[in-house]
Design a protein around this ligand. Sequence first.
Ligand SMILES: [Zn+2]
Ligand SMILES: [Zn+2]
Ligand SMILES: [Zn+2]
Length: 357
Amino acid sequence: MRLYSCACGNRLYFDNTKCTQCGRDVGWCQGCAAITALEPEGGKFRCLGDPLGDGSRHLVTLCQNYATEGVCNRTIPEGGGPFCDCCALNETVPDMSVDGNRERWARLEAAKRRLIYALDRLGLPFGAGTEPPLSFAFMGDPLDDKLWRKAGEEERVYTGHADGLITINIQEADPAEREQIRVDMGEAHRTLIGHFRHEVGHYYWDLLVRGQCETQFKALFGDHENPTYSEALERHYNEGAPANWEESYISAYATMHPWEDWAETWALYLDIASVVDTAEELGLVPRQQIPSVDEMLRRYRALGLVLNELNREMGMLDFATGVINPAVAGKLEFIDLVVRRAAKPGGGGFLDKGPAM
Ligand SMILES: [Zn+2]
Ligand SMILES: [Zn+2]
Ligand SMILES: [Zn+2]
């Protein structure tokens, strides 16, 4: 993730909606591919970014979810709208009559924008023209008298992916609820961005592996057709993960079925690539070509050691947990290959980077 700058010279961050120094509204300009300062102009806004250095500046409008809902910080180029490139992917949004749902939705959108940034950065296909296009549904379990209740199986909202649609149960956007689930499930981390990275892994399996490189996939992750997903699910919930799972998987959940192993490892790939990318942008590590997944892992481990100690000083969860064993590294290499093969011109993965975006 890059850092950005305001017209006043102040530093801006990816999540900003206002400059703390000059008070200008700021937002993501698609034309600039950056967070830029915005100047009101005849009911619209003039983006004060100047990507070509010739003074030609974008006229933009605010995304409806920025202007009226306060859950977005993106703008729309002339002729577009009413939603930005990220919000346009929403199929279902939370019920705004429920207390706290606006805050939950805002957290979901913030994590989703980071996901979309990473997909763009990698040059991965996902929007219009991709079949199926990626879409999102943010929904809650039913409420009784404004309190969550235990819902029956058929009315429960399950976080998951099907045919391009990523559904997230918005209780995951409630920090107390999410932490409770994390502890119950014995997970090292449970975050919104983690959910997005995992579920989009299922999307890319359908898009980039199914019918294309399933044989290679099976050799690394196992046979996804035998046992079936539902058989594997039942076995996992009855028997749990094998005792020695840490020798060949990144998480206990990854042992459930080859598809979950793929999604867990895909999420790890996006974690590592995003962390290394941001560390480079912040100047923590030199920005240079990374020749291999091994080198990417070496950088991630070095950052992880430092960040774990800093987190421990603040009494927070470890930043990087567990050891990435050779089996997982091999799976990451395959994922990197799939990503590079699918990348649009200008993308090409974090490893194969061109000039900074
Ligand atoms: Zn400013
Ligand atoms: Zn612009
Ligand atoms: Zn938006």
